[in-house]
Design a protein around this ligand. Structure first.
Ligand SMILES: Cc1cc2nc3c(=O)[nH]c(=O)nc-3n(C[C@H](O)[C@H](O)[C@H](O)COP(=O)(O)O)c2cc1C
Length: 182
């Protein structure tokens, strides 16, 4: 796979086959994350891999929290959170991604984001589908409390064998997003 195949061919995959992902592949995806650049080489990323019943317990909690929130704030305020919860319920693998940085630097967050991108690309290189999920923020506090880690929860990443190949969403051309000064 060329670098362009990896970068441009990766898609957010929201439907997975009902087929497990081998532990060796999961570990290789995590290892790719650990090769990301990081602020002061702090390697601030931490990962909690959830499979089977452990994943189900977390998504049950997430769904219960979302339903309680929906009661309070109304369904029009829920964004894509309920949809993301459905994806997390069906994905065979869910990785909770933490920032263990202690400085409070923005760059610690950037390090963790770089690790996530590496993981998505590595997953894609295996033919695995992945989704970067920020919707966990709709129930951030209860999820952190439940998982009981001292770190900051950044995102969830779902992994699985793709059941659908989406078209790439349109990208803004370089001239729309870059300026060149000389
Ligand atoms: C920081 C971040 C958070 C995201 N959170 C979600 C999410 O909670 N739910 C979801 O379905 N997709 C989520 N996505 C996926 C984006 O919707 C997706 O990357 C975008 O639409 C472009 O599509 P592509 O990834 O196939 O290129 C997230 C992506 C990023 C980078």
């Amino acid at each position: 796979m060329t670098i362009d195949d990896a970068i441009k061919g990766r898609r957010s995959i929201r439907r997975y086959k009902d087929k497990p992902v081998e532990m060796g592949l999961i570990r290789e995806v995590l290892e790719a994350g650990t090769w990301a650049p990081s602020a002061k080489n702090g390697q601030q990323w931490r990962f909690t891999v959830l499979l089977g019943a452990a994943k189900e317990r977390l998504t049950d909690l997430f769904r219960a929290e979302l339903e309680a929130l929906e009661e309070r704030i109304g369904s029009d305020q829920m964004g894509s959170s309920l949809n993301s919860c459905g994806i997390m319920e069906k994905a065979p693998v869910l990785i909770m991604v933490w920032n263990a940085g202690e400085r409070g630097w923005d760059s610690e967050v950037h390090s963790v984001a770089a690790a996530i991108q590496n993981m998505l690309l590595k997953a894609h290189s295996f033919g695995l589908g992945s989704l970067w999920i920020a919707d966990i923020f709709y129930a951030h506090e209860p999820l952190v409390k439940y998982l009981g880690k001292p770190w900051k929860l950044m995102a969830a990443v779902s992994l699985g064998w793709p059941a659908f190949a989406p078209q790439p969403p349109r990208r803004k051309p370089v001239d729309e997003v870059a300026e060149f000064l000389s």
